[in-house]
Design a binder for this molecule. Structure first.
Ligand code: MG
Length: 384
C-alpha cells in the first residue's frame, strides 16, 4: 500500500488524484486545502486521513469541530503545509494552485520525497532552483499534467541522448481561430468554457490566453533537460494525442488516451508500474481525424513567453507567473479585459527588469513574486 500526501486536495486535480488514490487503496497520510471545509471533511473521513492542513484560520476552526469525533489532526498555516510536505511518505502530490505551491515543492524535495507535481508554477518561478535541488537530493519529479505525463511515457521508448525534440500539443483553447479584435470582447464566462478539459478557473483562463502552454514549455524543459529550441508547440484540437517525442532517427512516439486528468494521477501514483485503468478506454474507431497546426503566437502573444522565460531565467519566470496570476484574478472579477492580461504582465516585467539577473535564491524569487503582484495591480488600477 502506497503512503501519499495530497496538497491542494479539494481542487480540480486534487479531487481527481484523491479519486485515484481511493480506487488504488492508497494510504493518504495528509491533505492540504484552502477553504472547502465540506469536501476536506468528506475526504478526511473517507480515507481516515491523519493530517488535514489549511492556511485559512476560519476553515481550520470549522474543520476541527466537524472532525472532533475522528483521529484526524487539523493544523493551520502555510508553515504547516510546508511541514506536511516533508513527512516521510512514498509520494507527495502537489496540486496547489499558483505561486503558493513553490514552498511545498521545495520542502518535499529537501525531505527526499518523490514529488508528483501538478503545480507547474513551481518550475516557472524557480525552475533552476527546483531542478538543482531535486538533483542534489536525488529526488525524481513526476509530472501530473497531461502533456508531461505523455512525454514521460514517450521518453521510455528511447535514451535521453537520442531525443531530437519534444512535440508539445495544445488544444488551442476556447478562442482558437479568433483574431485580436474578437479577443478584446471576451468575457470570463466565455474563457471558462474549455472545449476538452475540465479544470480549475485559473488554469482554464491560462489555457485560453495560451500562457498555460508557455508554462508547459518551461515545465518540459526543466523536467526533461531539453533546451527551448528543441521544444515545439503544435495545436491539436482533438486532445487525443497528449504530446510526442521525436527521436534522432525521426521516429515519433505519441501517447494517446481519452482526455482525463485521472490518467496523469494514476500514472504518477503507479510509476514505475502500470495498474488497471481508472480512465475509460480510447475507442479509435470513433475518431474521425487527428489534426495538427502551428500555433498563432501573433494573436496569442503569451505563448512565446515560455521561450522567453527559458532564455531570461527563473527571475523573469517568477515575474511573469505572479503578474499573470494577479491579472487573471482581476479578469475573473471583470476588472481587466482579456487582452490586458498580457499587457499587465509585460508592465510588471518592464518594472522589474533589473532584478532578474540575480534571482538565484528563494529570497530573491519571493521578492519578485511579491513585487510583480503589486505591479500587475498597479497596471489594473491605471486602466480601470
Ligand atoms: Mg497540461
Amino acid at each position: 500500500m502506497k503512503k501519499i500526501i495530497i496538497l491542494g486536495s479539494t481542487g480540480s486535480v486534487g479531487t481527481q488524484t484523491f479519486d485515484v488514490a481511493k480506487k488504488r487503496g492508497a494510504d493518504v497520510l495528509g491533505i492540504s486545502f484552502n477553504k472547502n471545509v465540506k469536501l476536506a471533511e468528506e475526504q478526511a473521513r473517507e480515507l481516515k486521513v491523519k493530517y488535514a492542513v489549511t492556511p485559512d484560520e476560519q476553515a481550520a476552526t470549522e474543520l476541527k469541530i466537524k472532525l472532533a469525533d475522528t483521529e484526524t489532526i487539523v493544523k493551520c498555516g502555510n508553515d504547516e503545509i510546508v511541514s506536511l510536505a516533508s513527512l516521510p511518505c512514498d509520494k507527495v502530490f502537489n496540486s496547489i494552485t499558483g505561486c503558493a505551491g513553490l514552498d511545498a515543492t521545495l520542502s518535499a524535495i529537501r525531505a527526499g520525497n518523490m514529488l508528483a507535481l501538478a503545480n507547474k508554477e513551481s518550475l516557472v518561478s524557480a525552475g533552476k532552483l527546483v531542478s538543482d535541488e531535486a538533483k542534489s537530493c536525488g529526488v525524481e519529479i513526476l509530472p501530473v499534467d497531461s502533456e508531461h505525463t505523455a512525454i514521460h511515457e514517450c521518453m521510455r521508448a528511447g535514451n535521453r541522448c537520442e531525443v531530437k525534440k519534444i512535440l508539445l500539443t495544445a488544444s488551442g483553447g476556447p478562442f482558437f481561430g479568433y483574431d485580436a479584435q474578437k479577443l478584446d470582447g471576451v468575457t470570463p464566462e466565455m474563457a471558462l468554457k474549455h472545449p476538452n478539459w475540465s479544470m480549475g478557473a485559473k488554469i482554464t483562463i491560462d489555457s485560453a490566453t495560451l500562457i498555460n502552454k508557455a508554462f508547459e514549455v518551461v515545465e518540459a524543459s526543466y523536467l526533461y533537460g531539453i533546451e527551448y529550441d528543441r521544444i515545439e508547440v503544435l495545436v491539436h484540437r482533438e486532445s487525443i494525442i497528449h504530446s510526442m517525442v521525436e527521436y534522432i532517427d525521426n521516429s515519433v512516439i505519441a501517447q494517446m488516451s481519452v482526455p482525463d486528468m485521472r490518467h496523469c494521477a494514476e500514472y504518477a501514483l503507479d510509476f514505475p508500474n502500470r495498474c488497471d485503468a481508472v480512465i475509460n478506454e480510447l475507442d479509435l474507431t470513433k475518431l474521425t481525424s487527428l489534426s495538427f497546426a502551428k500555433p498563432d503566437s501573433k494573436t496569442f502573444p503569451m505563448l512565446d513567453l515560455g521561450y522567453e522565460i527559458l532564455k531570461r531565467g527563473q527571475g523573469f519566470g517568477a515575474c511573469v507567473n505572479s503578474a499573470n496570476e494577479t491579472a487573471v484574478m482581476r479578469f475573473l472579477k471583470r476588472e481587466l479585459a482579456f487582452t490586458d492580461i498580457y499587457r499587465a504582465v509585460m508592465y510588471a516585467t518592464e518594472k522589474l527588469e533589473g532584478t532578474f539577473k540575480c534571482a538565484d535564491d528563494i529570497e530573491a524569487i519571493n521578492s519578485i513574486l511579491h513585487d510583480a503582484h503589486r505591479y500587475a495591480d498597479e497596471y489594473v488600477s491605471a486602466v480601470i
